[in-house]
Design a protein. Structure first.
Length: 879
């Protein structure tokens, strides 16, 4: 049986043998004693703030064994840097992999405890999900509400989902995401003083939950702010590093080793957006000088803009042709992973350094576990400087960590975007006061000499009101104008440049451009974009590239966009013909061979070069379309050779285990490619799950009973009230009742000769979609809406009917199609009457509002998510 004294052993097992510091043990003790997370965690840079994930995981293991009070099952780590989101996610994945790979010892015990929380004890011990701009959304974390999960996100991605308007999410997923982030969840906001508006909104959501939401038996949203430089205002419960903790020699070395600071006046401080060649040359000289002085170790150079970083890398390659790295925000995860894999010493100072110099932007300021020998940096606001310096001698293994700051010579300083001139002046004065201090910018020195806060760009914060929440809850409606969520989640109301994603693939080419585009598009549909292959970029830059590409005349003068339209439930690839139609969150795919990047970073067309870099096919690692019968991961991409009968035989043998997608035939009836996708991956597709099963035909009664049982078991494991457990079970029994409609049965291949079925079999995803297109059902017809009518006719409560009717995220509030065709004249008169009352006379809207008022907005979202998760799980299992 685990107890809190085992935390040190667990911590060491997932941290290369390092034991926890005393403050980290106090954090665990505080969480267990109080039964909730503290309001504030104050820990200087280098003291291990990222260990909140370790504490979260171990605390939930104690909960599972009855050794701690009920705590949130999900933790969202929110930080305003895309690279830091990647870093937190990678660290959480390492913990998850260690747990799943353990066969004995403390890790096996913790893993077993976490699995015991779930209905399926063979499942993963810990789920990890990542949310940031330019990444395709992942759904795994919302498919099991009982699982312990870590979600790593940027503020806009987390905040928009909490408010039921998730950026990049499909409409149907919005309620589930809001429910699972708003209940049974804790949000940890890193460097919260930089995100005060989001902090206010998150705590306001908790206030509204406490005031209006019916207690469900699971924790309401808990909000934790963490910072390296706490402001000591005495607000809320706080766990922090104290002077007594410096008795630990390892922690003392991290926090007190000197970081002397040297201020160097800029010869040509940038007066506009771009740095001059003279400024680049001075930065390079200072880097070379510091490297010569230090000898061993990697010297970092952190600059304020990506274009400065790229120019500086080119300049420094003259001196360090094989010893320079570049780490800026707009890099593909696969490129960052390559940098880290090739240079492990960046994250582990015990390893011999390979890089002489690492050039980076502010993307490495917060949370990234770099350990540099010294640093050259451009002047930035005080908080940013403190974070940058935190990457130097991070573990205290060196006697000191010298820092050089390039500062403007003029008394007045113009804005140097993204920073304001006033903030730069304040930071320079603060640095001047520390220039003669022996400790310099050591983390402990900054506790008593805190950096000046940046000037707020939101002088008047916006408070979320209940009427706002009610409006946002109408996730199914198609608005005339999109909500401006920045009012509640953005720190700066000035229009920031929206972000998009760019994917480069070796798409098939044909002499006939039109036919080639069709083949390429169909291949893209079979291989959705994957996180690792997406280049982050700004909307304006992406538009410029797409415009240039589409203006060309070659066979690769084309582009495709992946998006979830407001009228679409799931994202799809479509041909892109108008660059001006691109919007935030879009992912665009273009052919390999265009001039798009410099140093593997997407730059404006005038600065771009034609570079050779690895590409991918979604979840498939680098695979050429023409590769014959190559299997990588869960998807295989290959040419179909009509002269190779063995390959055709192999395909036939794959049926059942694999979903087979063929290219459209060319004008001679030939197939140019085939994609084989494991059935489990196909069932991640929303549309496929509704109508297709990897096993035999599934009787409707069997499926409904399985969903009811799973929903009830979920509810019991979560700890909701007995009454709500029964409500979810009844909703599971009724959620697919509408599939008994003869028109829907015909779509499933049942002409009435069989008992009603829930899902058909024997079809691949292509055939399923073709059958849907040829169905006699009215366009937009939803079986779950008829299920809601049938549930009410069967004497069920309004809440049961609501949950059945919103199972797939539709029906919040009025459905957007002609409801007169929901029922037919063959249906009982009572059913037809209820249909008219609900969907023609406003009864459904009243039912939605009354149930929401009864149990609460986030509670209804949560319940819908539990029911949908039950449906997803049993569908994947073939029931």
């Amino acid at each position: 049986m685990l107890d809190s004294s085992d935390f040190g052993e667990f911590f060491a097992a997932v941290n290369d043998g390092y034991r926890p510091f005393a403050w980290q043990e106090r954090l665990l003790a505080d969480v267990i004693e109080k039964g909730s997370w503290p309001d504030v965690i104050g820990a200087p840079t280098g003291s291990g703030k990222s260990s909140v994930v370790d504490v979260f995981v171990f605390a939930n293991a104690l909960v599972a064994q009855g050794s701690a009070p009920r705590l949130p099952r999900r933790m969202a780590v929110v930080v305003d840097r895309r690279a830091l989101v990647d870093h937190h996610a990678e660290r959480a994945r390492r913990i998850a992999e260690a747990l799943d790979g353990a066969t004995d010892g403390i890790l096996a015990d913790v893993a077993a405890a976490l699995r015991s929380l779930r209905v399926d004890s063979r499942a993963e011990a810990l789920i990890v999900n990542e949310m940031r701009g330019a990444l395709p959304p992942e759904r795994g974390w919302i498919d099991d509400p009982t699982a312990c999960a870590v979600i790593c996100a940027t503020p806009d991605m987390w905040g928009s989902r909490l408010l039921m308007r998730g950026y990049g999410s499909s409409r149907r997923a919005r309620p589930r995401e809001a429910g699972f982030l708003g209940l049974d969840a804790v949000m940890v906001l890193d460097e919260a003083h930089l995100n005060q508006q989001l902090l206010l909104t998150a705590r306001r959501v908790r206030e509204l939950q406490d005031k209006f939401e019916e207690p469900l038996g699971v924790p309401h949203l808990q909000v934790v702010e963490t910072t390296a430089t706490p402001r000591n205002d005495g607000s809320g419960r706080c766990v922090s590093v104290t002077a007594d903790d410096l008795g630990d020699e390892s922690l003392a070395a991290r926090l007190t080793r000197p970081k002397p600071v040297n201020l160097v006046e800029a010869q040509a401080w940038p007066s506009g957006k771009s740095a001059s060649k003279k400024h680049i040359a001075q930065l390079a000289e200072e880097v070379i000088s510091l490297k010569d002085r230090l000898g061993e170790g990697t010297v970092g150079c952190i600059v304020n803009r990506v274009d400065t970083a790229i120019e500086l890398v080119s300049r420094l390659k003259e001196t360090f042709p094989d010893g320079i790295g570049c780490w800026v925000g707009p890099m593909r995860p696969m490129d960052v992973g390559e940098l880290q894999q090739n240079n492990p010493e960046l994250l582990d100072s015990s390893k011999a350094p390979k890089l002489d110099v690492l050039v980076a932007t502010q993307t490495v300021e917060v949370g990234v576990d770099l350990d540099l020998a010294g640093l050259v940096t451009e002047l930035a606001p005080g908080d940013a400087i403190a974070q940058r310096v935190g990457r130097v001698n991070r573990r205290g293994h060196r006697p000191d960590g010298p820092v050089t700051v390039i500062v403007p010579a003029d008394e007045k300083v113009r804005d140097y975007l993204p920073y304001l001139g006033d903030d730069l002046v304040a930071a320079r004065s603060w640095l001047q006061s520390l220039a003669d201090e022996p400790e310099g910018l050591s983390p402990w020195q900054l506790v008593s000499h805190q950096p000046p806060p940046a000037r707020t760009r939101r002088p008047i914060p916006m408070r979320l009101e209940w009427h706002d929440v009610e409006r946002l809850s109408h996730t199914s409606e198609l608005p005339f104008a999109l909500e401006d969520l920045d009012l509640w989640i953005a720190e700066d109301l000035e229009q920031n440049e929206p972000e998009c994603g760019l994917v480069v693939r070796d798409l098939p080419e044909f002499e006939d451009d039109g036919a080639g585009d069709g083949v390429a598009l169909s291949l893209l549909q079979a291989t959705p974009p994957h996180t690792d292959e997406v280049f982050p970029t700004k909307l304006s830059v992406l538009r410029a590239h797409v415009t240039k590409i589409l203006d060309g005349t070659s066979r690769t003068s084309r582009a495709f966009v992946w998006r979830s339209d407001v009228r679409q439930a799931e994202a799809v690839w479509t041909s892109l013909t108008a660059p001006e139609d691109l919007r935030a969150g879009d992912v665009v795919c273009v052919d390999k061979g265009h001039s798009l990047t410099w140093q593997r970073i997407v730059v404006p067309p005038e600065n771009a070069r034609r570079e050779d870099f690895p590409t991918a096919w979604g979840a498939v690692e680098d695979v050429q379309v023409r590769a014959s019968r190559q299997r990588v991961g869960d998807i295989r991409v290959a040419d179909l050779d009509p002269e190779d009968p063995q390959f055709v035989q192999d395909l036939l043998g794959c049926r059942g285990e694999w979903d087979i997608t063929l290219s459209p035939p060319d004008d001679k009836g030939r197939t140019s490619w085939v994609v084989l996708t494991r059935a489990a991956r196909v069932l991640d597709d929303e549309a496929s799950r509704q109508t297709w099963s990897p096993s035999d035909r599934v009787p409707l009664t069997q499926h409904s009973e399985a969903v009811a049982d799973r929903a009830k078991r979920f509810a019991e494991r979560i700890g909701v009230s007995e009454e709500m457990c029964e409500t979810l079970a009844q909703a599971g029994l009724w959620h697919d009742a509408g599939k008994a409609d003869p028109r829907f049965q015909l779509l499933l291949g049942n002409d009435g000769s069989l008992e009603p079925i829930a899902k058909s079999t024997g079809l691949n995803r292509q055939r399923t979609r073709q059958r849907v297109a040829a169905s006699p059902l009215p366009r937009g017809w939803r079986h779950e809406h008829k299920s809601a009518v049938m549930a009410l006719a069967g004497g069920q409560s309004e809440l049961v009917a609501r949950l059945a009717g919103t199972t797939h995220g539709e029906g919040r509030t009025l459905p957007a199609y002609d409801m007169t065709q929901l029922c037919t004249s063959a249906d009982p008169e009572e059913l037809q009457h209820l249909c008219r009352v609900l969907f023609e006379e406003g009864g459904w809207d009243e039912l939605i509002e009354s149930t929401q008022a009864e149990v609460g907005v986030w509670t209804t979202c949560f319940l819908e998510g539990v029911l949908r998760a039950a449906d997803c799980q049993v569908s994947k299992e073939g029931s």
